[in-house]
Ligand binder design. Structure first.
Ligand code: UDP
Length: 256
């Protein structure tokens, strides 16, 4: 299936498209992008992305401009299935990075990590190089000033990176990609939130049983309660409420 054909098979969850792909297919698509001359963008969809898109038209437009939107959150997988969509599995960006790093190391593709506090992206790169010694990764922290942007764009382009990971959190990372994608020569851009904090080991990932039960958000809330309380304690009920409204409207529509 080509990346344009798949758009007909997407499920809209609160206005955000979710593509019907598992991890292996996403890795295939992204690696194909790295062989071509054009820039493509992939977005991981979770409840926060859906909530932002439901309330912010500008953010919604930026998410809609992505070439691939995969289900990064378990709640999005459940929601898409409830709406009749075919989403085979959750593809957490924290798992996707391992698969992409492994193939990139084998095929000589270069990565660029942009985001997180100073030192974090470099520690994330070191962790990956430890597992994949041939992996080529350049890094830059996510606190570059507006005036420093032209130099950052030159640095990313000059690095010859094939896959750029942008980890600035939402909505900042979609704003950044939308503003700079036309100036980048990188063929694949993935927005990745706090990915570098996890890969570096600075944040410890949830136990496997919590991930399997769709409770990774609860783990994150436990380790960063002050920062994430409103995201999850207000965001999760808001997501459920909006989803409920969408399910009722879809069922009413199909009963007509
Ligand atoms: N961040 C950044 N620049 C900024 C603000 C935030 O690089 O100006 C980074 C922050 O250090 C963290 C990430 O963006 O690494 C946001 O992580 P969050 O947990 O909010 O993202 P999520 O994984 O939930 O999407």
């Amino acid at each position: 299936m080509s990346t344009t054909d798949h758009k007909a098979l997407r499920t809209s969850v609160l206005r955000v498209p979710v593509d019907p792909f598992g991890q292996d297919q996403i890795v295939d698509i992204v690696m194909k992008w790295t062989d071509g001359p054009h820039t493509h963008v992939a977005v991981g969809v979770n409840a926060m992305v859906c909530n932002l898109a439901a309330t912010n038209d500008d953010f919604h437009g930026k998410v809609m401009a992505a070439d691939l939107s995969y289900a990064d959150g378990q709640s999005v997988v459940w929601a898409a299935r409830l709406l009749g969509g075919r989403v085979p599995e959750r593809v957490a960006t924290t798992d996707l990075i391992d698969a992409l790093a492994s193939i990139s190391a084998l095929t000589g593709k270069k990565l660029f990590f942009y985001g997180a506090k100073p030192g974090v992206a470099e520690r994330a790169a070191s962790q990956l190089r430890h597992v994949h010694p041939d992996l080529q990764v350049a890094t830059r922290d996510g606190y570059v000033s507006h005036d420093g942007m032209p130099q950052l764009i030159d640095e990313i382009n000059a690095s010859g990176a094939h896959i750029l990971f942008v980890g600035l959190g939402e909505p900042r990372q979609q704003d950044w990609v939308s503003q700079y994608r036309d100036r980048l020569t990188v063929p694949a851009i993935l927005t990745c939130g706090g990915l570098f904090d996890w890969v570096s080991g600075d944040n410890k990932r949830a136990p496997a049983w919590m991930i399997a039960a769709g409770l990774e958000w609860l783990w994150r809330l436990i380790i960063e309660p002050r920062r994430l309380a409103s995201r999850y304690l207000l965001g999760n009920p808001a997501f459920l409420y909006r989803l409920g409204k969408q399910v009722v409207s879809v069922r009413r529509g199909s009963a007509r």
